[in-house]
Design a binder for this molecule. Sequence first.
Ligand code: G6P
Length: 507
Amino acid sequence: MPPQADRPRLHQLCEELLSHRNLIIASNRGPIDYRLNEAGKLQGRRGSGGVVTALSAISQYMDITWVASAMGEGDRRAAEMAQWRRFKAPIPGHNLYIRFVVSSGSTYYKYYSVFCNPLLWFLQHCMWNSSHTPNIDARVRDAWENGYKFVNRAIAEAVINEASESELPPLLMLHDYHLYLAAGYIREQIPNAIIQHFTHIPWPGPHYWQLLTRDMCQAICGGLCASDIVGLQTERDVHNFLHTCEVFVEGAEVDYKGRTILINDHHVKVKAYPISVDVANLRKQVRSPLLKEYEDKIRPFFGEKTIVRVDRLEPSKNIVRGFRSFDILLERYPDLQGKVNFLAFLVPSRTRIKQYRRYAEEVNDSIEAINTKYGNDNWQPIKAFYENNYTQALAALRLYDVLLVNPVVDGMNLVAKEGPTVNTCDGVLVLSEAAGACEQLRENALPVTPCDLEGTMEAIYRALSMSPEERSQRAAALKKSVEEEDITLWLYRQLSDVNALALERLR
Ligand code: G6P
């Protein structure tokens, strides 16, 4: 179903909802990130991710209130200036309101830097070394009680407060692993709310969740089951979620075929909505003069052939193993030395968390070792750009011969969809089988097992030596596949299901 055809329908759907509903979105990170500049003035920067683009796009047709955590000093100042109420986002033509929830520094630290990221993120990306980690000690229990539960309750209260205006049951869309408990708290206060929760990251099976305490698993699954619709990225995640609830939610009747869970007369629908990119918006962005400037800036770093990767600097992205495979490639095929360059665009992320700092060091060490081993005055095999510069990354995605996306495991991975959409060189996608995107793109990418260094090296070699005809045919097929299922469809599917439920409730 082409996204172009969906656009008018999405518009119509929003208008249908708009005539009588209030749409409230909640996520940890808000759609605009506020910073204080050197002069102490507040500056808002719009989030660049597909979710922000897609959801703020529908605020052209309907009022949307977005409840989010104040993540830094800038967000806190913006919240204070709005007297802790919602305020209109400075996006012309959009009715998007933001309400920041402010928690104390220590509460937020427990929530974000002890529970959400080192624990839940690591669990759901299967990144633990279970003979040593995790260790659920008093510090983690405290973070659960006084960080995770606390922030979830605070976000839920803000949502409840925003929803109190609407006469009809409000429509609520909650996002990700930061907010697993919010639906439960909201349901207690607004029994007839229509709640959808979407998890962006992978959902492992119950044997992995068992590494967490039973009360935590019960609360997480129970909290999610207070929603009407639980959305996940892939069919594999849906199956794992159903199985996890069967194990941890007392009295849950799980219907694997119908993908529903029944608990005390409450039906939960569990469904895969694979997220995608905003193709139209990406095409607009790549035409910008700024992007052309970046293309000129980075072009000198390209070789005869160039491998590119774009990632948050994040352990699950498997950056070091990617470099190891490149190392093996240069060793095995010495004639490639001096000809093939590897450019890594790495966005610093979660730098307050020690596992992330340690991983950033490993990445840096690995680059230095490879550059020392093969580099000379005229050629350095790897060049890394450590910055949050989306336009520059897009410029690189225009020009790659090979795009390496090899996460250990990933909910979807939007780089795997952005790359083929904007690339102009018939570049080849080497893609981890453990990325959600592989469910859709496998046929025309070169799939690899993320821990298989030899296999990844061979896939890169195959990509570098592929005939122009095969490259072109694969690149065109990837582009078409992403175009046909872009973010408009992701949103349309979810809003249709939410709308259908709202109409059903009126009957
Ligand atoms: C992933 C998560 C998002 C998160 C993003 C950036 O994509 O699914 O919920 O916002 O990473 O992480 P951060 O911790 O910087 O918000």
